[in-house]
Design a protein around this ligand. Structure first.
Ligand SMILES: C[S@@+](CC[C@H](N)C(=O)[O-])C[C@H]1O[C@@H](n2cnc3c(N)ncnc32)[C@H](O)[C@@H]1O
Length: 153
């Protein structure tokens, strides 16, 4: 596995989704969705049309599926158990990432090939090498500083 599981703090998620103006027209994909927190926030706070998470770790997928059922959000949130390099993402209008610069670099050709014009990509902490961010947001949570890179395709 290339990237460990580290969750994004909720204020950082809000800043990420604000940076790309996530809204009711959007289909949000989180590549490596962990416990699904970005998906829940996108649906419950930002009112996006649909949120899809791809996650390789089975126990995280199962826990997130349980939360989706408990909240009755089966129509809004979908989790795919698998490797995000192998799964089509072309329906996404917003892609969220919290991976590593090296992984973002490996993902770049897939993003360039599959995402439609007007799609936005937002990455917590790690840039996408070779892309110029349209907006960089810095958040201080009292202990840590977080950087958010937003890109418009
Ligand atoms: C740093 S965590 C971020 C979790 C979540 N996106 C968030 O921001 O809270 C990265 C996640 O990506 C998952 N992951 C790593 N490589 C993956 C791959 N190739 N395909 C799918 N998931 C992957 C890890 O299991 C982990 O849950």
């Amino acid at each position: 596995m290339l990237v460990p599981y580290v969750p994004t703090p909720i204020p950082v998620i809000d800043a990420m989704l604000n940076a790309v103006n996530a809204n009711s027209e959007d289909i949000v994909y989180d590549l490596g969705c962990g416990d699904g927190r970005i998906l829940f926030r996108a649906v419950e706070k930002f009112g996006v049309k649909k949120a899809v998470g791809i996650e390789i770790r089975k126990e995280l997928v199962e826990a997130t599926l349980g939360k989706i059922r408990k909240k009755g959000l089966e129509e809004k949130i979908r989790i795919i158990h698998g490797n995000f390099f192998d799964i089509p993402i072309s329906e996404a209008t917003v892609v969220t990432l919290f991976l590593l610069t090296t992984v973002n670099k490996m993902l770049r050709p897939k993003l360039e090939k599959e995402l439609r014009k007007g799609a936005r990509v937002v990455s917590h902490e790690f840039e996408i090498p070779g892309w110029e961010p349209d907006k960089v947001t810095v958040i201080h949570d009292g202990i840590l500083t977080h950087k958010i890179y937003a890109y418009l395709r």
